[in-house]
Design a protein around this ligand. Structure first.
Ligand code: GLA
Length: 395
């Protein structure tokens, strides 16, 4: 966590006030790691993410002139926005995410007064740990408080997703924003993505812990095959809906029903995508049951099956993530490992015995470097709480 007084000083340096007792408020929204249930959210299926303690901070001071001025400790310059004219501009880069949130508040009819906001964060960009969702959620949470808007946290997660879909142009599902908003320390969240029914699942891993490995192969959802995969799934749903009455989303198709209707899906690509999604939903529910029963071994097996399915059927892994997966599996004390997030680069998450973590890091580094020339980075991930105001920010 950054020193709050340092943030206050940076705010003052950027905006020219804030170090003389003005009331600045600080908000935080975490990134997330998805434990299982990958590429299932946009078809109404199950996901099991946990919020991290890594995330994005926003230091905020209200304005009255309907102007937003945005700055970040990671990028030079300031972006200024008129609350009545919020439009996407490529040149604004990262600031398009907060702008998407302003735009969605505008669509809901909220009359925004404006703010100065300094952002700071510690989620590695392009690693698949939801830096964009945390940026959206910290903005939505900050505005909700500072502008006294009174939306529920769940409403804010939906608003942040719409910001990314409609303003930024990435057709993501609800998982990242939901985990960032609703996460709870010590727990993962089992979420059904069409109804938003959810429950917390304690991360009681005994002698095991989660280790995130960054492949350091960057990817961006805006230029990945993400939207294409989503279209393939939609095409598949349309086909099977003709043969299964009442099925609205893939999240509601059982394995038995899939057996019955798979013959109608003639495109091999679409078949593979659906086969992944429907089995992944099943694995996510089975993983939840295993975790709740303290059956860590089974959970580890589901993680491995999930990666194999994302590699062979959904085809979103790539050589770097597959190498990390293979290397991790060979380490004694690693019960399970899989890519996490959108894929095509980014991170894996592994379930490793606490006494084997050092060996895990050494062996995976040596193996991965030898095969790809890249050096991985490891994060020992503590689960954290969702988006909130940080009180007690000293004046
Ligand atoms: C990205 C998206 C999520 C989800 C995952 C894949 O993180 O933002 O909505 O689709 O990919 O599970």
């Amino acid at each position: 966590m950054p020193g709050l007084n340092t943030l206050r000083q940076t705010f003052a340096k950027v905006f020219g006030y804030g170090d003389r007792g003005e009331e600045l408020r600080v908000f935080f929204a975490p990134g997330r790691v998805n434990l299982i249930g990958e590429h299932t959210d946009f078809t109404g299926g199950y996901v099991l993410p946990a919020a991290l303690t890594y995330g994005t901070w926003a230091v905020v001071h209200p304005r009255k002139d309907r102007t937003f001025r945005l700055a970040s400790t990671s990028f030079a310059g300031k972006v200024e926005i008129d609350a009545d004219k919020v439009v996407y501009q490529k040149a604004d880069g990262w600031a398009n995410y907060p702008k998407g949130v302003f735009s969605e508040f505008n669509c809901l009819g909220s009359r925004l007064s404006g703010c100065d906001i300094l952002y700071d964060g510690n989620i590695p960009k392009g690693a698949g740990l939801s830096s964009s969702a945390s940026l959206e959620m910290v903005t939505a949470t900050a505005l909700n408080h500072v502008e006294s808007l009174d939306y529920s946290l769940i409403e804010l997660t939906k608003l942040a997703q719409r910001a990314e879909n409609q303003f930024v142009g990435v057709n993501c599902g609800i998982m990242d924003q939901f985990a960032s908003g609703m996460g709870q320390a010590g727990n993962a969240v089992l979420l059904k993505c069409d109804t938003l029914d959810y429950r917390y699942v304690p991360l009681a891993l005994g002698d095991y812990q989660l280790v995130i490995t960054n492949s350091n192969k960057q990817r961006s959802l805006t230029d990945s095959k993400y939207n294409q995969r989503r279209q393939e799934c939609e095409e598949g749903v349309h086909i099977i809906q003709k043969h299964l009455s009442g099925v609205v989303s893939l999240g509601n198709v059982s394995l038995d029903q899939w057996q019955e209707v798979q013959k109608y899906v003639t495109s091999p690509e679409v078949y593979k995508r659906l086969d992944h999604v429907i089995h992944e939903n099943d694995r996510t529910l089975a993983s939840t049951i295993a975790l709740e029963a303290g059956n860590i071994q089974d959970f580890g097996q589901y993680m491995i099956q999930s990666h194999e399915s994302l590699r062979d059927l959904f085809e979103v892994t790539g050589p770097e993530l597959d190498t990390l997966f293979e290397e991790a599996r060979q380490v004694e004390g690693c019960l399970g490992t899989r890519m996490t997030g959108a894929g095509f680069g980014g991170c894996t998450v592994s379930l490793v015995h606490t006494e084997a973590v050092n060996d895990f890091e050494t062996q995976v580094t040596v193996g991965y470097r030898g095969k790809t020339g890249l050096t991985p980075t490891f994060y020992h991930c503590d689960s954290g709480d969702g988006a909130r105001e940080l009180k007690g920010f000293a004046k």
